[in-house]
Ligand binder design. Structure first.
Ligand code: PRT
Ligand code: ZN
Length: 289
């Protein structure tokens, strides 16, 4: 039978749609609507395994799935022997300690002897130990933010992205203890194996890398007086020198380059200053460095 790479993805939740979007952008088609437990892709040797995010590290460590798309926080917390092989561009959040508005928080020491509710006891206890603070951890699987009002904790340690949930529950962020984003994990050394599955994975990563290289980049084309090419090259700061094409009017050239989106307006204004005209900006879908 042909080998198939099995990919664990969160069934429903914050990471599931974005993980599937990425796979779709990589040209892999599947009938995701049903979200059955297992599903084979239509045009690529991969199958998806839709599960709870908490279980993904365990499934990958056990070999039930070859790789997983999961929050780095879960990987860190579950203590399985895994390797993070790619950081993805979504799911950014931080694990933070938060206290009620009226709590006089000066430093981590203020938590000495207090009860802290969390779904991340391993990460939190490591952090407290490292800082020589002794507190009582109260494990809750969800709705951590209500534990203070419920009277079972003095502080919490939970994931935060915008901070709205904390504010709505009368809590303030005291300390961020771990920064996370979605990642791809595999068992250790899997990428370097000589297996058919590792080959499939390397092919998939090449596609994902091409997408990530293009992210946040724009393709810029403009006309420029020929004697300004060196200046333009400095302004766009291209990876390699920009592509320069002659125009019919010999005193002008057309220049093409890739520019970081964040940097675009600085580049635009400086190009205008040296006489660039007809500046055309385009999105890049995929690219290799
Ligand atoms: O059912 P299953 O177990 O699969 O899902 P889940 O409910 O455990 O996880 P889910 O879907 O909430 O989160 C999946 C992953 O998304 C997490 O493991 C993180 O890696 C990532 N992520 C990114 C977040 C957040 N941002 C986030 N804000 N996970 C949870 N939250 C929660 C947080 O717990 C709190 O309740 O959102 C609330 C805070 O958000 P703000 O915006 O109000 O600060
Ligand atoms: Zn979960």
């Amino acid at each position: 039978m042909d080998e198939v790479l099995s990919i664990a993805i969160q069934k429903t939740g914050r990471l599931s749609e974005k993980s599937l979007d990425l796979i779709r952008d990589a040209g892999i088609r599947f009938l995701s609507d049903s979200r059955v437990l297992k599903e084979r892709a239509l045009n690529y040797p991969v199958e998806f395994f839709f599960v709870r995010d908490d279980d993904i590290p365990m499934y990958v460590a056990n070999g039930v799935a070859d790789i997983g798309f999961v929050g780095k926080n879960e990987v860190e917390e579950r203590r399985q022997d895994l390797e993070v092989i790619r950081d993805l561009s979504f799911g950014a959040c931080r694990l933070s300690i938060a206290v009620p508005n009226d709590f006089e928080y000066k430093s981590l020491k203020s938590l000495e002897g207090k009860r802290i509710a969390t779904s991340y006891p391993n990460i939190l206890s490591d952090y407290l130990d490292k800082n020589r603070v002794k507190a009582e951890l109260v494990y809750v699987a969800g709705s951590v933010e209500i534990t203070v009002q419920a009277g079972i904790a003095d502080a919490i340690c939970d994931l935060v992205s915008t901070g709205t949930t904390l504010r709505m529950n009368g809590l303030v962020e005291a300390e961020a203890i771990y920064y996370s984003s979605a990642v791809i994990v595999s068992r250790k050394g899997f990428l370097e194996e000589k297996s058919e599955k590792a080959k499939i994975l390397n092919g998939l990563l090449e596609r994902l890398d091409a997408l990530s290289a293009a992210r946040g980049k724009k393709y810029v084309i403009f006309n420029l007086p020929s004697d300004k090419v060196d200046m333009a090259a400095k302004i766009v700061g291209a990876l390699k020198s920009p592509t320069v094409t002659p125009l019919v009017d010999k005193s002008w050239v057309s220049v093409q380059s890739v520019v970081a989106e964040d940097d675009f307006w600085r580049v635009f204004e400086n190009l205008r200053k040296i006489g660039a005209e007809g500046i055309l900006v385009m999105n890049i879908e995929k690219m290799t460095e």
